[in-house]
Design a protein around this ligand. Sequence first.
Ligand SMILES: [Fe+2]
Length: 343
Amino acid sequence: MYRYIVCSLVFILVLVACKSKKTFTQDQKNHTDFIITFGSCNKPEKNNVFWDDILALQPDAFIWGGDIVYADTDDIYKIKDSYAKQNAVPAYKALKAQVFVTGTWDDHDYGLNDGGVEYLLKDESQQAFLDFMGVAKDAERRNQEGVYSSQLLEKEAGSVKIINLDTRYFRTALTNSPQEGRRYRPNPYGEGTVLGDRQWQWLQRELENSKADFNLIVSSIQFLSDRHGYEKWANHPHEVDKLKAVVKNSKAKGVIILSGDRHISEFSKVQVPGMSYPLIDFTSSGLTHAYEDFKGEPNPHRIGDVVFVPSFGTLLLNTTKAEATLRIMGRNGAVLQELKQGF
Ligand SMILES: [Fe+2]
């Protein structure tokens, strides 16, 4: 009898817990002008359980935040083969047929773990990436160095600019850390680059010329989290300051940074002096695998908790009110973390 009562109680608790998960209602949908989804760190040979959840949201875009595949190779055919495997996933095909897909790469699809400017196959890898993204053979992006690009989503209610950065093609060497458990320590201030000169100039123009209500900057690696020993913008501390200055001086509206790479998801937020709204770095990773042994790490800019189970990200953007609701999403519409921000 006692066992029966305990079992029943557990069952009721589970039901309540499931019910309390916020889902995306029609009412919320009606108050959202743009639904943007994104994610990173995806192994085509693993089951990505989110494609149908993402499609069910009927988003305006799905953005790849990098590590679309794990090629890690100096064989271009292996990279092409990995992309072909992803393109053959039926649920991804179904998503692509209905939803605009864009994004950038990170180190594993680029082809070299934690790699940068030194990777010998980067030009061939760029063409394979553009093939995967369905970019026309005669597109300008085929001739530039690096996969950075921008797209403008427009509707009557307003517009959203997606700015995909390339944090690989030009990125100069990192400095190894002597400390156990940390891969890298920050470079001396002023030493090296994440984006390279040409991409910096392009980014500045993209932001200064933007009339969009929201400007989403897609960086594969984390921008604001600056205490861990892995890859991050903070390994080039002067580049962090430069991006903050470029964003501030551009006066672009609703800039939000999207990142991945870490196999965890979290929100980071800072107030940049002189900016009229806070700068948020929304990290969403990974889609098929997560850092399940995560024991915590300091991030003074974190808002809320770290999610270390597979997840994807959504941004519900209201252009009229200049409001964004950012969500770290689990399976079947479960909202694992949420951050609302006015701009
Ligand atoms: Fe990854």
